[in-house]
Each structure stands twice: as C-alpha cells, then as structure tokens.
Ligand binder design. Structure first.
Ligand SMILES: Nc1ncnc2c1ncn2[C@@H]1O[C@H](COP(=O)(O)OP(=O)(O)OP(=O)(O)O)[C@@H](O)[C@H]1O
Length: 724
C-alpha cells in the first residue's frame, strides 16, 4: 500500500511532534509546550524588532523560524521545502589571534540577528561570513544557545580557549646571563631573541627558523640556561652527531669533553649510565634501539634536531622519544621545515612539546587536517582551519624567522627552471606509450595504486633524463669556467652519470650519498668549502639535504625533483645560509613528458598549504623558466596527446593545466594572464581548498609514499633515511 503525499506529510508532522516532546527536558524552559518549542526562538532577542509574520509560514508545517524570508532577501531556495526539525549547525574558528569567524551550514535569519547584536561584528564580503572579536566569544555563544536546539554551533575547542588565555611571559624580560659567556657573546640579536622565546616557553618549544640561521646556537643557549636540569640528550641524524659534538666543544667549553658521550655503537652504552656524563648525543635509530637505557638516565633536557623526521606518530622512534621526553622538563625541537607537506605531519612534534594540549591525534586531524573517516580509517591528508592552527603554533609552540627577515646582508635566492632539450630525451614509440600510461596512472588511478605508479614513473623518467642532464652540465661548465656548484639527484644512475660527466670534463668534485660514512662527510665538506680546485658537490637529495654547510657554492642544480617541497628547500639551503657571501640560484632541470610534469605542480600546491599555516614563505610560483638549447620545435614539450581529458587542458590548446608547458606562458601559445589563471587553478586543485573529489586527486600520504619510494630506490639512500 502506498501513502498519499498528504498522509506522508501528516506522519512526518506526527513524528516531529513526538521528537519535539522528547526534546523538552533538554531545553532550558521546562514549562514550554511543544508548539512553544517550535516557535521559541521567535521570542529570543534575535527576533527583536522583527515583524511577527516574518518567520516563514508553511501551510502544512506551521512556522519555521529558520527558513530564509521570502524572495528578494537573498536566498533562492524554496522556503517551503525547509523541514521543521532541521538543525542548523556551524563551525567557529579563529582567523587571527584576536578574531574568530562563524561558518553556519546555511543562511539563518535568527542567527544573523544574533550576530547583529554583537558589538565587534564584522561582515567579510569575500567569504560572506561574519567574524567577531575574541573578547565577544562567550557573549555570542551565550546568545546563540538561546536558539538551541535549532541552531547548534560547535564552539572553539577548549584547548584553543586555553591557548588564548595563556598568561604569556614577555621574552624581552628574560636575562640571558646564565647562558655560558662564550656562546652568549656569539649570539646574533635574532638568535638571542630565539633563546629568550624558548626560555619564555619554559624550555618547551620548537625553533623553526629557516635553514642555516643557527638553530644549533639557539638550542645550546637555551640548554645552557637550564644547565641545572641536565643531563642533556641530543637526538640528531647519524651524520650530524660529530658536528654537534664539535659545536658543544666550541660554544660550551665549560663542559669537559669526557662528559660528552656520542653513542654510536653498543659498546658505549656503559658510558651513558656513567654519573659524570652530562651530554649524550644519539641518532634517531639508536634512540629506538636503546630506549630503556636512555629512559634510565632521566634526562632533564632533550634537543631533537631535524624534528620533521618524526612525521609518523606510530613510528618506533616517535614512541621512544615520547617515553623519554615525558619524564623531562625541557624539550627543544629544531627544524627549518617542521611540516614538509601537510599539517598532519606536525602533530607528533607538537605532542612532544605539549603532550596534553590536543586531546588526541584524531581530534587534531578532524580540526586541522579536514579529517574524514573512510573505509580504511581516518584520512588526515587534507587541511582545515589553518589560520587557527597558525595562531596556536605561534602562541604555544614555535618561533620562526626567515632569512629575508633576519639576515639582511644575505643576498636573496632566485629559483629557475630549465626545460631540458627534449631531442635528447629519446624514447621509442612503445616507450612513449608506456610513459603516457604511467602519467595517466599517476593522475587518474586510485590513491593506493598511485604511489606505485609515481615511483615507476619517477625511476623511468630518471633514465630518460640522463643524456639531457649530462649535456646541460657540460654546457654549464663551458659557460661558467669558474665558481662552485652543487648537483642534487636521487637515483644512483643519475648520480653516477653526473660523476662520469665531471670526470670526463676533468672537474674536481666531491660526492656524498647514503653510504658515505659520517666522519668522511666532514672532510668532504671541508674540501669543497676550502679547496679552490674542487668545483662541484654531487649530492643525494635524500642523504645530503640537511645538516651540511656548502656556502662556497652559488648555484644549486636539481637534476631530479622530490615530491616534498621541504626536502628541496632544505637542499637549497646548503648554499643559502649564514656564511654565504653572494647570491644563490637554485636551478631545477625539468623534462616535459616525464614525471616532472606531475611532480612540479604537486610541489607548488603543497607549498601553498605550508604558507597558509605560516611554516613556509616559499613558493615555486616565482620561478623563472629557461630552455636548454634545442633545434626542435617547442610543440614536443606537450604532454602525450592520448592522456587528454578535455577538462584538464587549457581551452584551444594542447597544454595540460599546470604542466611545464603551461608554465611556459606566452612564449608559445597561452597568453600570460590565462596561464596565471590556469596555474592558480592548478594549485587550487592540488591541495588548497580541496573538495572531497579533488582530495582523491592527491598522493595521500607522504609517509607511505616515502616508504615505498625508498624500497623502490636502487640507491643506498635507503640507509640514509632509515639510519637516522
Ligand atoms: N652566531 C653565529 N656566529 C657564527 N657563526 C654562526 C652563528 N650562527 C650560526 N653560525 C654558522 O652558520 C651555519 C649554520 O648554523 P646551524 O647549522 O646552527 O644552522 P641551522 O639553522 O641548524 O641549519 P639547518 O637547518 O640547515 O641544520 C653554521 O656554519 C654555523 O657555524
């Protein structure tokens, strides 16, 4: 038997009536009838001054106070279709330290009327949302509660309110005289400010300054200030242990060398337990191997260098450090790139600094990573409420300065891309088809399959790029007869090919890959920095992107990309840091039709997210493009035509949106303005403001990606990343 429309509506009303009756106890006024409840918001201050007929009357359903008033007042929706029992929800989040915004699920007159009673209200015509002063937060929430249960706003989480109310210590009031004078006298003014910040946070913070700004100096200054809390544990990458030891020796001469233990093998274990040992320096790997030993030492101060390695909250090393830091009073994290690609990567580090601020990873992810539950668990690969996260980071966790801000004498870094000569990127028709399929798999397959597709594409592209890379380096050596430069690559075959080319051209160089022993690295760096004849450093992107100072170079070439913008930024900073006396150019060698075509726009999108949360001021947008000399027509740079999906292409051209070709702009067929628009669209579709469908369009998890990436790597860089 089927019901008529009227019968259905009657049943619906009866059900609603029942539900409203059930709601009675949860509403403040227990004496109200269900009809009162339906109409109760009408008597709230939000409706003051409103004509009594204003609530939309539905002949079947009665008054519905939250439907938008009839036409002419903004909404095109049919008022009569709004069901009585509908609840208007909304989110509240910070947009600056002093203001918050409300984003209701839909237009709602009573809510707007409440907004209009708040003195600090402000309407943003761009977002079409209302925002208010934080000082009016409780007042607004109190007034909105009078609209319950029809309007329910999710307020600011308790931890956000706690951060806002935090009594702050003025860093300028801190006296640095307890810091050992040798170090104190060397600190630059911004480094003093960093040390003061750390002390004002009671020794629990992150120094997130740009690479090469002397985070080591600042961390040791904070540690020296809290010397009464030692023993001090320094956790760093295996290649940086010796550097830390020599810095301590140089900057804190009052610590006897015999009281510093650099734990490299099991045989030093006894020394850790020794009572006179004041400082222990360990790698991440050894931290996980000897967790109990380190816990027993009861360190009072822990420095975690390059803390962005702690991306995964489930990794063994993270768990070990959680146990060790929980029992100590001071924890200082150091990273120039705390999140390499997305907000989810920050959680582990933040939880080490303040274990109890965020209730859980899930809560953090739901709020700041647009966390969504999927059939495979939570997807935390997105981003949300970035402005609020930025406020929390700045108020509670970290200090970050860029080179531009503090090293005014340091010349700026420029970034260029060179489109390699495609006539040298030889491929047969079947290889061409294979590449097209790989590109298509990267862009269109399911996220789980996409990882593998990208890895295959990456390694196939490496082989193809080699002749063009080598030709470019030969050309460069001719055009630049003097001056030093760095060449970063990932695959061993590319690194070997670059070394062979340098040998062929009789160029003196150093090479650092994952298997280069830490002790040898220091000698190689010394040779590059000081030997006039040594012109080039060939470096593995994964093994040598951090910790090295190679300021003798003014040019940094990237023969291959990496999907992590932070890794590339770190690598560029080997040359662009304190000690650099000239300008630095970072030059990316790209080949159209290879995986560069997929990775370049991906990188730009990821950087945009980090900019939004205040963890990067970098973009790849201002990169200028050059061409390696070629006899061939530019049309060969087009992405293979069989990949075409009409929506992915610039109308009227063969150019895929956001690809290398599209970035070449006016020179070939796309007017500049159109090109800029396309690139903007492209970065939007990559990571920023993603819709659910677009999210599916991304490589979801760098951690997983990197693990499989390392497995697929034919170089010993695997060790470099695992033997941290
Ligand atoms: N106050 C200072 N006086 C002299 N040299 C300094 C000072 N601060 C930093 N340096 C030098 O600048 C270089 C970079 O310092 P450091 O390695 O501490 O930077 P960082 O921020 O930790 O870099 P990264 O993020 O790349 O590890 C080093 O060679 C260091 O000796």
């Amino acid at each position: 038997m089927t019901c008529t429309k009227e019968e259905i509506e009657q049943k619906r009303l009866a059900a609603l009536q029942k539900r409203q009756n059930k709601l009675v106890p949860s509403v403040n006024s227990t004496n109200k009838t269900s009809t009162d409840l339906l109409c109760s918001p009408l008597s709230s201050p939000a409706f003051a001054g409103r004509p009594s007929k204003n609530p939309v009357y539905n002949s079947n359903a009665g008054f519905h106070p939250y439907a938008r008033p009839p036409s002419g007042q903004g909404s095109s929706r049919n008022q009569n279709t709004v069901p009585i029992g509908k609840v208007i929800s909304g989110t509240v989040y910070l947009i600056t330290e002093n203001r918050f915004e409300v984003n209701p699920s839909e237009f709602c007159v009573p809510l707007i009327n409440v907004f209009k009673t708040i003195p600090s209200r402000s309407y943003d015509a761009n977002t079409k949302l209302w925002n208010f002063s934080v000082s009016d937060y409780h007042e607004l929430m109190k007034q909105v509660s009078s609209l319950e249960p029809y309007v329910v706003l999710g307020g600011l989480p308790t931890y956000v309110l706690k951060v806002l109310q935090d009594p702050t210590v003025d860093p300028n009031s801190i006296d640095l005289s307890p810091v050992e004078s040798t170090l104190r006298n060397k600190l630059m003014p911004f480094q003093e400010e960093g040390a003061r910040y750390g002390i004002s946070r009671r020794g629990r913070c992150m120094i997130a300054d740009d690479m090469g700004l002397g985070k080591t100096f600042q961390a040791l200054a904070i540690a020296s200030y809290y010397r009464h809390n030692w023993p001090l544990l320094i956790v760093t990458t295996s290649s940086m242990r010796e550097t830390w030891q020599s810095k301590i020796h140089e900057l804190l001469p009052s610590v006897p060398l015999m009281n510093i233990v650099t734990l490299t093998t099991g045989k030093d274990v006894q020394l850790v337990a020794d009572r006179q040992t004041e400082i222990v320096i360990v790698s991440y790997k050894i931290t996980s191997m000897h967790t109990d030993l380190l816990k027993n030492k009861k360190f009072g101060f822990v420095i975690i260098d390059e803390s962005h390695y702690l991306k995964s909250h489930k990794a063994q090393c993270t768990l070990a450090l959680r146990g060790i830091t929980r029992q100590c009073s001071r924890v200082v994290l150091l990273s120039g790139t705390p999140a390499l690609s997305r907000p989810a990567e920050l959680y582990t580090q933040l939880a080490l600094i303040q274990p109890s601020l965020f209730p859980s990873y899930t809560e953090y992810g739901k709020r700041y990573c647009a966390g969504k539950q999927t059939t495979f668990g939570w997807d935390m690969s997105g981003q949300s409420h970035l402005a609020e996260l930025q406020v929390i980071l700045q108020k509670r966790f970290l200090i970050r300065r860029t080179k531009d801000e503090v090293l005014t004498k340091l010349e700026s870094k420029t970034r260029e891309t060179v489109l390699l000569d495609s006539s040298l990127i030889l491929r047969s028709a079947s290889e061409e088809r294979g590449l097209s399929q790989m590109a298509e798999a990267c862009l269109n397959s399911r996220p789980t399959e996409r990882h593998a597709a990208l890895l295959t594409f990456f390694s196939e592209s490496a082989k193809l790029k080699i002749p063009a890379i080598c030709k470019y380096i030969k050309q460069l050596l001719k055009e630049m007869p003097s001056g030093k430069f760095l060449v970063f690559a990932h695959h061993r075959i590319v690194i070997d090919a670059v070394c062979d080319t340098l040998d062929e051209c009789s160029v003196n160089y150093i090479c650092i890959v994952g298997t280069t022993p830490p002790a040898t690295r220091a000698d190689l760096v010394d040779k590059f920095q000081h030997s006039v004849s040594c012109r080039c450093a060939v470096l593995s992107i994964t093994a040598a992107n951090s910790g090295l100072t190679l300021t003798a170079a003014n040019l940094v070439l990237f023969a291959e990309l990496h999907w992590n913008p932070g890794i590339l930024s770190q690598a560029e900073s080997r040359a662009h840091r304190i000690g650099q006396t000239g300008g630095v150019c970072a030059r990316y060698l790209l080949a159209a039709g290879t995986c560069d075509d997929v990775m370049w726009p991906l990188l730009r999108g990821k950087l945009t997210v980090l900019n939004d949360v205040g963890l990067s001021n970098d973009t790849f947008d201002d990169t200028t493009m050059k061409h390696q000399e070629s006899k061939n027509n530019i049309t060969q740079y087009l992405t293979p035509p069989n990949l075409k999906n009409k929506n992915d292409y610039i109308p009227g051209t063969n150019i895929r949106k956001g690809t290398l070709k599209s970035e070449m702009g006016a020179s070939n067929c796309v007017p500049d303005a159109q090109c800029a628009l396309v690139n903007a669209e492209c970065s939007k579709s990559l990571n920023v403001n993603k819709t659910d469908e677009q999210k599916d369009d991304l490589f979801p998890d760098d951690i997983e990606l990197e693990e499989s990436f390392l497995e697929a790597d034919d170089d010993d860089e695997l060790l470099a990343n695992l033997d941290l």
